[in-house]
Design a protein around this ligand. Structure first.
Ligand SMILES: C[C@@]1(CC(=O)O)C2=NC(=C\c3[nH]c(c(CCC(=O)O)c3CC(=O)O)Cc3[nH]c(c(CC(=O)O)c3CCC(=O)O)/C=C3\N/C(=C\2)[C@@H](CCC(=O)O)[C@]3(C)CC(=O)O)/[C@H]1CCC(=O)O
Ligand SMILES: NC(=O)c1ccc[n+]([C@@H]2O[C@H](COP(=O)([O-])OP(=O)(O)OC[C@H]3O[C@@H](n4cnc5c(N)ncnc54)[C@H](O)[C@@H]3O)[C@@H](O)[C@H]2O)c1
Length: 245
């Protein structure tokens, strides 16, 4: 039984935030404003497959957002935000505010809180349920750097360091191919018993660990089938697979 004198547990440092990978696929998200900041928010939302409505007067819609409306990637409502119509009746999953009017922002923020809708008001930490961070993406890989409000520019610098390192190797492609292999392994060893799950997990962990990033990125559909056909206790090495006819 652990006691409060037990020093084997690490001390936790507070003052952070919970970084999670929020799933927005198919969910309605409202972006208020159509300028530079809103345009950046929309790019992040599109990458998350959200269903996006942008609300701002026609005169405020950026060229990029006009292009996205024309491509039917987003819906645009050409007027100022209206709390009754755009919040109370629609109840979106999330609201992102990026407008040049602090009074209107605060009003939208308060109503989102009353309706329990998660909201971010760009550059106003007191009106954010969550902050954005500096993002590196490569296919399904996403790395987000946050300074928890202390220095957004520094978040950008740290992200660029990480980016310089990660872009040396095809991580995105490797992860995509590994994702396909995982799905095939689950078809080959279906079932939810702990024995089956443990077998699948050990197998995939070993391949993830032992194959290089370049080898994983090279894993084409035929090789995946070879790997699946040879699913014995020990997972094959890359060389085992390419040596097979
Ligand atoms: C990461 C990034 C993502 C994004 O927004 O997409 C982001 N800000 C970015 C850039 C940036 N923003 C600002 C500068 C000027 C230099 C500087 O101040 O450092 C630069 C740098 C530049 O422009 O180069 C000004 C600024 N930002 C906030 C305040 C208010 C305050 O601090 O009180 C002020 C001061 C306004 C004033 O002084 O009046 C607040 C927030 N900005 C955040 C995110 C959240 C905290 C993130 C974190 O702590 O890590 C948070 C809390 C809320 C939010 O907006 O979600 C994006 C970099 C993307 C990239 O390029 O990679
Ligand atoms: N400009 C920047 O680089 C920058 C960077 C970080 C944060 N910010 C902050 O983020 C906010 C937005 O910045 P921006 O550069 O995108 O501004 P912007 O001036 O380019 O765009 C403002 C947008 O808000 C719309 N708008 C104004 N009132 C509205 C309302 N009531 N309903 C709907 N739409 C409305 C306008 O039509 C326009 O599309 C500002 O508060 C700014 O301080 C700006």
């Amino acid at each position: 039984m652990p006691t409060i004198e037990d020093e084997s547990f690490v001390d936790v440092q507070g003052g952070g935030s919970l970084i999670v990978a929020w799933q927005l696929k198919g969910k309605p998200v409202t972006v208020v404003g159509g300028g530079n900041v809103a345009t950046g928010r929309v790019a992040h939302l599109l990458a998350a497959d959200a269903v996006i409505t942008v609300i701002c007067p026609d005169s405020g819609l950026s060229d990029e957002l006009q292009y996205r409306v024309a491509k039917k990637q987003i819906v645009h409502i050409p007027r100022n935000f209206d709390i009754e119509h755009d919040l109370r009746s629609v109840q979106p999953s999330m609201v992102l505010v990026a407008i040049d009017s602090p009074l209107a922002s605060t009003e939208i923020y308060r109503e989102c809180k009353a309706l329990k809708i998660p909201v971010n008001v760009a550059d106003v930490p007191a009106e954010c349920d969550f902050y954005f961070g500096s993002m590196y993406r490569d296919g399904p890989l996403q790395v987000m750097v946050s300074t928890n409000g202390n220095g957004p520019k520094m978040a950008n610098l740290v992200r660029r360091r990480i980016e310089d390192e990660l872009k040396q190797e095809p991580f995105g492609m490797a992860i995509e191919r590994l994702g396909l292999l995982r799905r095939r392994v689950r078809q080959k060893v279906p079932g939810d018993t702990s024995v089956e799950t443990r077998k699948r997990m050990r197998w995939i962990s070993q391949i993830s660990e032992r194959w290089t990033i370049a080898q994983l990125a090279n894993l084409d559909d035929d090789m995946i089938e070879q790997v699946i056909l040879n699913m014995e206790d020990e997972p094959p090495s890359y060389n085992d697979i390419i040596a097979r006819p």
